[in-house]
Design a protein around this ligand. Structure first.
Ligand code: BGC
Length: 738
């Protein structure tokens, strides 16, 4: 045999050996096969016990001494479906994954989830602020960066976005969503799902998204957390479901069931929402995970008598994975044996979870490659996105007499600026709630940012002035001294990060009394006051607004900290944010939102003690330049249901500096068989308009999409008749004919 023949023989036997191995290899391990075939094959091999374990999620690593993690891992069944992963590096994940892949009979990889809410290590502005940017592509970029940091750290799945429409600022979780409007929540939901998931979930820098909290959690009564919500089916369809429908269409792989009781049926045992709507109508083929312990909490809610009944109700209603409830692992097997849970339902649920694992490529790549934290965390491009997003989120609420920006071009005299308030040196507070692995030391301090921004151009006089809350007024006198030496006072007030988020309810959304008193005290000096706010909810500023010449809402910006707002204060950055949520005058106006249904007597029924209007309405936000809106035009004024048309409006930047403008397009149906609000947002667009330039903003109207509504069972209808397209204070009539 010559050399070529020998090599040939070896080659052939290698091929036949590989083929033989392949033939023996179970189909589910063959990456070349379609996901559904692999799922079927794997499911066919699983025992009931193995199937049930897939339906559970435990935690790994919270508050644990790293040294004991091995022990903790040892206690978790290798066949468990999922773990919440609190680690920042992949080692512990990989150790646990090794057990699942190498020590379980079928080697099914785990899926590791975590709350990557507004960033993993690079913390972006809170979601409520992000929505004020009206810049969906920036939000998508931020989510993509967060996904990269998370996946490379061992997380495959984020419990985000939160798309609960929220209209009660007392509810601490209002900070986690995109505000009060269903359309805005839907738009930012799609952006974030695209950012997290990209077009290929197998990519090493994408994660699966989870739409939460399904559904109506934001309707919490009196703003309290975990409580009952009263939501008619009409409101469910009009207000709470649209962002979810958009997220499912965008391909979100998972959904989290909510804690709240929805008019008598809790979100976590709700067959209508989880099965009839999500699975049957919207054809979602991923899975539903419960919120933390939401399954056993059905007992507290009075829906179930014990954990076993809770498991049966939740599971049969369409909830596939029990997050930390320990009801499925304990009771599902008995429930199947007793015929109370159908085997087909078990198979369907497991199939859904496996499908997502296959799509994420976990069978081929179960381990997260080791990498240097510096190669993924706080990369310059991630921080740059955070900074731009924070800049664009800032809302200039008031600017009396054009007091801002503080540095006018060409101004020569140096000004004394007093900088006071509890937020000046409070980096951690600027991260906002649910700050992942964010660290206070990553946040650009306000003090430093201002010093750099104003270096050589103003004298900054710092003084803490007053605390966040309590009644320690000992610093007031010193602050007054400083204020007297200043030309203008910059007061950094607002909330601690822990005042918003889960289980952070406040009975009033006014600033704490001591902060209000401090502002009033400073007013005595007679110098202009610029109030800068960082907070995690809309605030009721009716009592302090008259004392302030300018008000800047900087929100909780994440790692860019003080830099973006310093830019706005100096004039380097022209503010372009607009409110994603209404700011009332007082807490007593809650719930207050722009798209309320119409009153029987619009001119009466008002509050006797205050104006009934909001202090700052949804969409409000000032700029340093002036935008003049030209004439609104429609390409057609009468169309059939299937015909599209375009609405346009020219916007001119009539001021001296460049600026970005967001145009909000609303529709109104004056008479409808199911009443409608005065106006409803259906489109928005943001563009940079240079000084002196005119840009055209357009809205392509598809009547079936933009002028149709849903009834109480989600059936869409479009009525012929009169509609209005509304933009910037103008409206144009449109006729839909048969
Ligand atoms: C929250 C969810 C979160 C989950 C996991 C729950 O308490 O309501 O939003 O995703 O915990 O941390």
């Amino acid at each position: 045999m010559n050399r070529t023949m020998i090599v040939g023989c070896i080659f052939c036997s290698c091929i036949s050996f590989t083929a033989a191995v392949k033939a023996q290899q179970p189909l589910y391990k063959n990456a070349a096969l379609p996901v559904e075939e692999r799922v079927d094959d794997l499911l066919g091999r699983m025992t009931l016990e193995e199937k049930i374990l897939q339906l559970n999620q435990y935690t790994l690593g919270r508050n644990t001494n790293e040294n004991n993690l091995g022990e903790e891992i040892g206690q978790i069944p290798a066949e468990i479906g999922s773990l919440i992963y609190f680690g920042e590096t992949p080692e512990v994940r990989n150790a646990m994954q090794k057990r699942a892949v190498e020590e379980s009979r079928l080697g099914i990889p785990l899926i590791f989830g975590y709350d990557v809410i507004h960033g993993f290590r690079t913390v972006y502005p809170i979601s409520l602020a992000q929505a004020c940017s009206w810049n969906t592509s920036l939000v998508e970029d931020a989510c993509a960066m967060a996904a990269m940091e998370a996946r490379k750290s061992g997380v495959d799945w984020t419990f985000s976005p939160m798309i609960d429409v929220a209209r009660d600022g007392r509810w601490g979780r209002i900070s986690e969503g995109y505000g009060e409007d269903p359309y805005a929540n839907a738009a930012f939901c799609v952006a974030s799902v695209n950012g997290y998931q990209g077009d290929n979930l197998k990519s090493p820098d994408r994660v699966a998204a989870c739409l939460k909290h399904y559904v109506g959690y934001g309707a919490s009564e009196a703003g309290m957390d975990y409580v009952y919500t009263e939501i008619s089916h009409q409101t469910l369809w009009d207000t709470y479901l649209p962002p979810y429908e958009a997220g499912i269409k965008a391909g979100a792989q998972t959904v989290m069931s909510s804690f709240n009781d929805i008019s008598g049926t809790p979100g976590s045992s709700n067959h209508y929402t989880m099965t009839e709507i999500l699975k049957n109508r919207w054809k979602h083929d991923g899975f539903v995970v419960s919120d933390w312990s939401a399954v056993p909490q059905l007992i507290a809610q009075g829906a179930a008598v014990d954990g076993k009944e809770a498991a049966r109700l939740a599971f049969n209603a369409g909830l596939e994975m029990d997050m930390m409830g320990r009801c499925y692992d304990k009771h599902l097997e008995a429930l199947v044996n007793e015929g109370k849970v159908p085997m087909e339902r078990i198979d369907d649920a497991v199939r859904r979870i496996l499908r997502v694992k296959f799509r994420l490529g976990l069978f081929e790549h179960p381990y997260t490659p080791a990498g240097e934290p510096a190669e993924r965390f706080l990369l310059p491009q991630s921080v740059a996105v955070a900074e731009r997003l924070a800049e664009e989120s800032i809302v200039l609420l008031k600017n009396e007499g054009g007091i801002l920006p503080l540095l006018h071009p060409g101004a020569t005299s140096t000004r004394n600026i007093a900088v006071m308030g509890p937020l000046v040196d409070a980096e951690k507070e600027l991260l906002g709630n649910w700050n992942g692995h964010g660290r206070a030391e990553d946040v650009y301090p306000i003090r430093k940012a201002l010093q750099e921004e104003f270096a050589g151009r103003a004298n900054l006089l710092f003084h803490t002035g007053c605390p966040f809350d309590g009644d320690d007024r000992t610093q007031f006198a010193g602050a007054l001294e400083v204020a007297r030496q200043a030309d203008v006072l910059l007061l950094f007030m607002g909330e601690r990060y822990s005042w918003s988020g889960e289980n952070c309810v406040r009975s009033t959304i006014e600033l704490p009394a001591i902060q209000c008193d401090f502002i009033a005290e400073m007013k005595k000096v007679g110098k202009p006051i610029v109030l800068v706010l960082a907070n995690g909810r809309p605030l009721a500023l009716g009592n302090v607004e008259p004392l302030c010449d300018a008000i800047v809402e900087m929100w909780q910006p994440g790692v860019p900290g003080g830099r973006p707002v310093a830019g706005v204060l100096s004039g380097r950055v022209n503010p372009s944010g607009k409110l994603s949520v209404t700011f009332p005058r007082t807490t007593g106006q809650i719930p207050i939102y722009y798209n309320r249904r119409k009153s029987a007597r619009p001119a009466s029924g008002k509050y006797q003690d205050i104006p009934s209007t909001p202090l700052y309405e949804f969409g409000h936000g000032l700029s340093y330049t002036r935008f003049d809106y030209g004439r609104l035009s429609l390409s057609k004024t009468s169309v059939a249901a299937g015909e599209k048309l375009v609405a346009q409006i020219p916007v001119t930047n009539a001021g001296q500096c460049d600026g970005a403008e967001t145009v909000h397009w609303f529709v109104s149906d004056p008479v409808c068989r199911i009443t409608r609000p005065n106006k409803e947002l259906k489109h928005f667009e943001k563009q940079l308009v240079k000084a002196g330039e005119t840009k055209t903003f357009s809205f392509e109207i598809d009547p079936m999409r933009d002028l149709s509504f849903v009834d109480a069972d989600g059936r869409r209808f479009l009525e012929p008749g009169e509609y209005y397209i509304m933009v910037g204070g103008q409206k144009a009539k449109l006729e839909i004919h048969e």
